[in-house]
Design a protein around this ligand. Structure first.
Ligand code: GLU
Length: 358
């Protein structure tokens, strides 16, 4: 896919990172939000639907509560998020109103997207808001979600929202220009296009060094892998630039463009691949790995070398090679205990229709 074709996009998810929404003293930065809002409003006026995924609740709440370091305690983090989220929404509501646009707050927990009914419900809500010309502002419901049940970071949340809708473009706006080569060294360079996220690309990413945010480039690459697999183009670019959205959508060289992979994953398989927190894993031998990966077969009992975790029939499990590297996910037709008892014969443990190669 060429950048040129981004001109045709009609539904975009844009994520704003904490670093571009807050200033040095960890206060929400109204000037910065104003310029981002103006860019989104311009896209709405051009007839495009835009969903904003906004971080900055914890970061903004820290400043409001006089903290300079991200608190370690979960309840303190949740308190920051509850305070900061309100400040964020107040700013968005006021600034979008200047462009005659209404905003809506949509706070999600991982559970909301994992279960089929709730997943469809969340999508219907977002689509209905877009139909009404509203700009949905999505964040994780940080005030109540806790560690094991979290999305983890908003790059992942934004990618899930893009897949859920689905959107035809995901843009992650951050404090750097894109994926960089020689970051922090001599001759830094933004990588303009990434077609495959291989080990070389992965090496360019690191976590975050920020005191208020989570995620970083690693998290963005994880999101890029998901969007590529689901057929959605993605761009990482700087949210500090005043024409960044227009430049990306006009197909100009801005930030790093991740092209989608052919063979877009749809509905059921997409949910299996990305919307679950697997409760266990099945390690398979080389023969089973090849049969699943290269021949599109189901997973049969003799191929399972090891069964980890405590999952129930119907749960999504990771499927890993003999070294524990995950290459697939699928719905197990049996409980972990039944698989470990090794009494299953001739029947699929994971049927090919419920199995996705990642
Ligand atoms: N949901 C968090 C917040 O609003 C941010 C998570 C992230 O930036 O990845 O503060």
């Amino acid at each position: 896919m060429k950048r040129e074709s981004l001109k045709e996009t009609s539904r975009i998810v844009v994520k704003f990172g904490t670093g571009i929404l807050t200033n040095r003293s960890k206060q929400i930065d109204p000037g910065q939000i104003e310029q981002l809002v103006a860019q989104v409003a311009a896209q709405r006026q051009a007839g495009r639907e835009v969903v904003v995924v906004s971080s900055g609740a914890v970061g903004g709440g820290m400043g409001a509560l006089g903290m300079t370091q991200r608190p370690a305690d979960l309840s303190d983090l949740q308190a920051c998020a509850a305070v900061g989220q309100l400040k964020l929404m107040a700013a968005y509501s006021e600034l979008f109103a200047e462009h005659d646009l209404q905003v809506a707050q949509v706070l999600l927990t991982h559970d909301d997207l994992e279960h089929r009914e709730r997943h469809l419900n969340a999508r219907n809500t977002l689509v209905s808001l877009l139909d009404k010309g509203v700009v949905p502002i999505v964040n994780e419901n940080d005030a109540v979600s806790y560690t094991e049940l979290k999305f983890g970071d908003n790059d992942w949340l934004a990618a899930l929202v893009a897949c859920l809708l689905p959107a035809d473009l995901l843009i992650l706006l951050t404090t750097v220009d894109g994926l960089m080569e020689n970051f922090g060294k001599k001759n830094p360079r933004t990588i303009p296009v990434v077609e495959t996220i291989d080990a070389g690309i992965q090496k360019l990413a690191g976590g975050t060094l920020s005191a208020s945010a989570v995620g970083g480039m690693d998290a963005k690459l994880r999101a890029a892998k998901m969007t590529a697999r689901t057929g959605i183009p993605m761009v990482i670019a700087s949210g500090k630039k005043k024409r960044v959205l227009a430049n990306i959508i006009d197909g100009r060289d801005e930030g790093t463009f991740f092209t989608p992979r052919p063979g877009r994953l749809k509905g059921h398989k997409r949910r299996i691949a990305f919307f679950h927190h697997p409760k266990g894993s099945l390690w398979v031998d080389d023969g089973a790995r090849d049969a699943l990966r290269d021949k599109g077969k189901s997973l049969l009992p003799p191929g399972v070398a090891k069964c980890n975790g405590d999952f129930a029939k119907g749960d999504v499990v990771r499927i890993c090679d003999i070294n524990g590297t995950e290459f697939s996910r699928g719905i197990s037709r049996f409980d972990a205990a039944e698989i470990r008892a090794r009494e299953l014969k001739g029947i699929e443990i994971v049927h090919r229709n419920d199995l996705v190669i990642l």
